[in-house]
Structures are given as structure tokens and as C-alpha cells.
Design a protein. Structure first.
Length: 251
């Protein structure tokens, strides 16, 4: 199934956000069953030390890290999604992607951001999970985030604008364009999936999307292998950024 996609430039990465001991496990288990049925390998955005009060309201899985390790051993990708998922800065749209909203990383000093990333990595290391991919809570980054990530050996981010994966600030990006499940006819991007907010109808939509598009779903390492920094791709990505800044909230 995967090899069918190896030579194409169309594909979608399934990115789950807000993976933590407390979450909507009932929904997660349903998603896992669906993904396993099609042998699809998502990327799981794990919060290494979740302290987000909204997320802590969900039921806790006691053997959480065993579950993460099982995912990893069945070839799912594990990424670091922030450190504790607490927002304490306002971006005023000055963040790298100009999305705006609240931030865990943007606006903090390099030292503070490095500290959070290192602490996060220690949690993964303690659980024997190697991390080379990151995405920040609420998509908010600044130059210090990129520097702190690079200085911690994390060179991959799943976020931001673009039709194809690209390199910027010495970091590889797989773009994440839409809030809703949406597959463009060309390009390689990531979804973002927040199952904690899902009702049954959202799972049904996801199921339909997977049934229809499962042969377009690719793994994280294949997505990153599609990095293209050629001139045309750069122009397309910049143009798309301008368009989507206007359109983003419609999708
Ligand atoms: Zn999040």
C-alpha cells in the first residue's frame, strides 16, 4: 500500500494532536482500529508532561507510555507536541506563521524554550522513545523555537503553509494546511486531528475520509523524504501562504 505512493507527489499524513495520558481513549481506540484495518501509520503528537486543565478532565490511561511504545513498535511515528501544553503568551499574530492566538513557546526566551524542549525530551528518553519531530501547541513558533529545537537535535516540524514539504531556518517542514479533513489533488500535507473534541459524527466523517483516501495516506518519514526546495515550490508555498492567510478559517 505504501509503495504505491512512493513515487507520487500527492499524499496526506494523519497527525493526531494532544496525545496524553488523559484523553478521549474511547475515540482513540476506534481510530486505531480503523487505521489498523487499512494498515495506516499516523504521527502521534504526544505532550510529554501534560498539565492542560481541559485535557486533564478526560479519563486517564495508567499505562500510557506502554501504549505509546506499542504504537512506536507498530511503526507509528511519535512526535513531541509542546512540553506541558500550557499557554502563557499572546502572539498578536507576530508568530512565525502569523496565525495568532495563545502560545506555549513563541515569545519566550531561547533559554526558556530550550529548557522546555530538553525537559520534554528527557520524558521521552526515560521511556526509550527517540524524538526527531515536533509541532507546537496552537502552531505558534518564533526564531528561538527553531534554534532551541535544532540545538536539541530536532530538525523536523509538521506545521505551516505549503503544498510540498520544504526546508526553512535549517528545519524540515511538512505543511499542515486545514482544520478540516481535506485532501488537495496535488501536494503533500498533514491533517490535524483533535479527537478530544469529537462527537460520533466526527468519527463517521473520519471513517469516510479514510475509506475514500486510505491509498493517499503516507507515513511521516515518506512525507519528509519529499522535501523540495526548488524555485517553483518556493513560489507556490509563498503564494499559498498569502491565499490561505485569508482563507484558513473558512476550511
Ligand atoms: Zn495541542
Amino acid at each position: 500500500m505504501m509503495s504505491n505512493n512512493a513515487n507520487t507527489n500527492t499524499g496526506i499524513l494523519i497527525r493526531f494532536d494532544d496525545i496524553a495520558p488523559n484523553m478521549n481513549w474511547e475515540m482513540m481506540d476506534k481510530c486505531q482500529e480503523l487505521l489498523d484495518h487499512y494498515n495506516l501509520k499516523p504521527v502521534m503528537g504526544v505532550i510529554p508532561d501534560n498539565q492542560d486543565i481541559e485535557l486533564l478532565k478526560y479519563p486517564k490511561r495508567e499505562n500510557f507510555w506502554e501504549t505509546v511504545k506499542k504504537w512506536k513498535s507498530s511503526d507509528w511515528s511519535i512526535a513531541m507536541h509542546g512540553y506541558n501544553h500550557l499557554y502563557d503568551k499572546e502572539t498578536n499574530k507576530e508568530d512565525f506563521f502569523n496565525y495568532g492566538g495563545k502560545s506555549e513557546f513563541f515569545g519566550h526566551s531561547y533559554e526558556d524554550q530550550l529548557f522546555k524542549i530538553k525537559r520534554g525530551l528527557e520524558v521521552f528518553k526515560k521511556n526509550n522513545i527517540q524524538i526527531d519531530t515536533f509541532f507546537a501547541p496552537n502552531h505558534t513558533y518564533d526564531k528561538n523555537t527553531f534554534k532551541a529545537l535544532k540545538d536539541s537535535g530536532i530538525l523536523k516540524i509538521i506545521d505551516g503553509y505549503g503544498l510540498m514539504p520544504y526546508t526553512s531556518n535549517g528545519i524540515q517542514f511538512v505543511p499542515q494546511l486545514f482544520y478540516k479533513l481535506y485532501l488537495l489533488p496535488f501536494g503533500i500535507q498533514s491533517t490535524q486531528i483533535h479527537i478530544n473534541y469529537w462527537a460520533d459524527k466526527d468519527f463517521i466523517n473520519f471513517k469516510k475520509f479514510i475509506e475514500k483516501n486510505h491509498n493517499k495516506v503516507i507515513k511521516a518519514d515518506l512525507a519528509f523524504s519529499k522535501i523540495s526546495n526548488n524555485y517553483i515550490n518556493k513560489i507556490v508555498n509563498v503564494t499559498l501562504k498569502k491565499l490561505l492567510k485569508l482563507k484558513r478559517f473558512i476550511f
